[in-house]
Design a protein around this ligand. Structure first.
Ligand SMILES: [Zn+2]
Length: 276
């Protein structure tokens, strides 16, 4: 298996009916990379135990439904350091300004003032204590925070993720990952944007924001019909409608997208794993 994607959550805005917000787990060459980390994603990641099993995280933009579960994820990593002696920070790629955002967020909880025993024998505790003594925030210590400019190509282990600026009401990156000829593209949150046609060209799997699936109007997202039109223009093979306002919008969203796109159309709410 060269490339796979598991939908951990895709609810737009808030976790509707117990379904988490945005979080997509890409597995490429045995490395697990999480795209976005909205509310409920830590629950999904840690459903089988204490280890998150991640090799990297990439955040598309700094809206709550895409980042809030970085805090419980950090607590899980803290446990890995304290209990299991982990001392390697988890790479976290975040748009420019993200480090200050995380610092301010963490300061609200007083994380910087936490103490860890400096005479501990275990390597993880020693590493945390040394970091905190240098006035580093433990929550940021467990992550290797890498700010990126949207448009950069991100290097995570053996994988590369290309980013592309999209039209949303915050600086937002679409993402593309390829492996052995298979291509996954994630629009992130975006209005209809012709520049995405080239970025997503010939995607095997195109995950597209279709948030305007219900009575909502306007805003900074696509409708399912626009998502279908975009996938058709990009000549994508399969389309996954993401970030729907509610699961009950699924049938009408699929029908609207199918007016424009003749390939397979999936609902992120329903279909959970794709292997390419
Ligand atoms: Zn957003």
């Amino acid at each position: 298996m060269s490339l796979a994607l598991k939908v951990l959550g895709s609810s737009g805005g808030y976790p509707v009916r117990g379904l988490p917000c945005s979080g997509y787990l890409v597995t490429a060459d045995q490395e697990n990379i999480l795209l976005d980390c909205g509310p409920g994603i830590a629950t999904a990641l840690l459903a089988d135990g204490r280890h998150c099993g991640l090799d990297g995280v990439v955040i598309s933009h700094l809206h709550p439904d895409h980042v809030l579960d970085l805090v419980p994820l950090a607590y899980a990593l803290l446990a890995e350091w304290l209990v299991d002696g982990r001392t390697t920070p988890l790479p976290l790629c975040i748009p420019q300004g993200g480090l200050q955002f995380l610092q301010r967020f963490s300061d609200l909880f007083g994380h910087r003032s936490w103490q860890f025993p400096s005479d501990a024998d275990e390597p993880g505790k020693r590493a945390l204590a040394a970091s905190v003594q240098e006035r580093h925030d433990w929550l940021l210590t467990v992550f290797d925070v890498r700010e990126y400019a949207i448009g950069d190509t991100l290097e995570l282990g053996a994988n590369q993720i290309e980013t592309h600026a999209v039209d949303h009401n915050a600086p937002t990156a679409a993402m593309r990952i390829e492996k052995n000829g298979a291509r996954i593209v994630y629009s992130a949150d975006a209005c209809f944007d012709p520049t995405l046609v080239g970025f997503a060209a010939s995607a095997d799997l195109f995950l597209v924001d279709a948030h305007m699936s219900g009575p909502l109007a306007g805003g900074a997202h696509m409708s399912p019909a626009e998502a279908g039109r975009l996938a058709a223009l990009a000549k994508a093979r399969e389309l996954v409608l993401c970030h729907l306002a509610a699961p009950e919008d699924g049938p009408s969203a699929r029908a609207a997208a199918a007016q424009h796109f003749s390939g397979a159309i999936h609902l992120a709410f329903e279909t959970r794993e794709y292997r390419l």
